[in-house]
Design a protein around this ligand. Structure first.
Ligand SMILES: [Zn+2]
Length: 261
């Protein structure tokens, strides 16, 4: 069993006012700066290494540790995540939807992302428009991969070889298209650990989502790749997917809302 995991973050907020600027549907995935600092403290106390994102591609790969990933491009990537990580000497991977940069006030700017890249953060692809890849034709998929790659490289000077699929949604065709354009890392929202053979084969890579209600105890189970926890979460996800398939997305979401309030 691998003890290597990728954690998936979204926005980070310093206070209630900042939380309110985050779209309501994204708030369950936003955490406070305090929570984020506490989580880094747990990693330190438990001697769990924060790996540089490229470390999983080394041979032999590390056997234990976490990779920190962030999706979308919220302004807090620069304002909070980068500042906190830099203070502690950590590196992380930031997946950006390129069309949203310099367009939305609540997102980072290219100047900020360039500064982060120069400081050693990896700025990689989250598509061009944030459309879900499983809704796209092969040609549209190719265009998303390619345009985002060109735009990111132009602004940051970094080689773009990794994507996290928006909404975690993709099909096999998208992996093939990505590979043909030089992508070798395909991050998803499936649950699991980073197993060496998957990394070496450029197979889809799972991540563990950090939520606003992720307790310190649960965080430790994630970061230490606790096998019971991973099995339980995998099963929960499987049930969720099955329910969605049976009920359809819309009915599933209204039922989910009714049950969880
Ligand atoms: Zn996203």
């Amino acid at each position: 069993m691998s003890h290597l995991v990728a954690l998936m973050y979204h926005a980070i907020y310093a206070n209630e006012t900042e939380l309110e600027t985050i779209p309501e549907e994204d708030r369950p995935y936003a955490i406070s700066t305090h929570q984020f600092e506490q989580q880094l403290e747990i990693l330190k106390k438990q001697n769990i290494p924060v790996l540089e994102p490229q470390a999983i591609n080394q041979t032999p790969p590390p056997i234990r540790g976490v990779i920190l990933t962030f999706d979308d491009g919220d302004q807090s990537f620069f304002k909070h995540a980068y500042r906190i990580l830099n203070d502690k000497g950590h590196k992380a991977m930031f997946f950006i939807s390129t069309d949203l940069i310099d367009q939305r006030d609540d997102f980072c700017t290219w100047d900020e992302l360039k500064e982060m890249a120069e400081a050693g953060m990896l700025i990689q692809c989250h598509g061009q428009t944030h459309r879900f890849f499983d809704d796209l034709t092969e040609q549209e998929s190719r265009s998303e991969f390619h345009t985002a790659q060109q735009t990111l490289q132009q602004h940051t000077g970094q080689k773009v070889y990794a994507i996290s699929f928006p909404g975690g949604r993709y099909t096999e065709k998208d992996i093939a298209v990505g590979k043909s354009l030089g992508y070798t890392c395909f991050y998803t929202s499936e649950i699991g650990t980073l197993q060496t053979h998957r990394v070496n084969n450029s197979s889809p890579l799972p991540r563990l989502p950090i939520r606003q209600n992720t307790s310190e105890q649960e965080f430790l189970l994630m970061a230490s790749a606790d096998s019971r926890y991973i099995r339980k979460e995998t099963f929960k996800n499987f049930l969720k997917k099955m329910m969605k398939n049976i009920l359809g997305n819309t009915l599933y979401h209204s039922l989910y809302k009714a049950v969880t309030g």
